[in-house]
Design a protein around this ligand. Structure first.
Ligand code: ZN
Length: 92
């Protein structure tokens, strides 16, 4: 996996999230790092992802980006019951 730096000027942190602009709906979506870079997306490090705010007139939607998505936060006892996200990772 290649290193993907934060797209903010003067920041060389590794990206941890991707900000996607949906111009049709004036909506900015901040979510987990995208697998592929696409137009209208910006990779951000964890710090800049937290600091990001939507432009004037835009709605910012934050998806969960904190922590690894595939590991329980606090050990085996912290595993949630089966839910929409529990085992659907490879469904596609
Ligand atoms: Zn950054």
């Amino acid at each position: 996996m290649s290193f993907r730096p934060c797209s903010r000027v003067a920041c060389s942190e590794e990206s941890a999230a991707t900000l996607t602009f949906d111009y049709a709906d004036a909506m900015a979506v901040l979510g987990p790092l995208a697998v592929q870079r696409e137009p209208h997306t910006f990779d951000l490090c964890a710090r800049h992802a937290r600091l990001t705010a939507a432009p004037q007139g835009w709605q910012l939607v934050r998806l969960r980006t904190d922590g690894p998505a595939t590991e329980p936060a606090d050990g085996p006892d912290a595993q949630p019951a089966a839910g929409p996200d529990a085992e659907s990772g490879s469904a596609e």
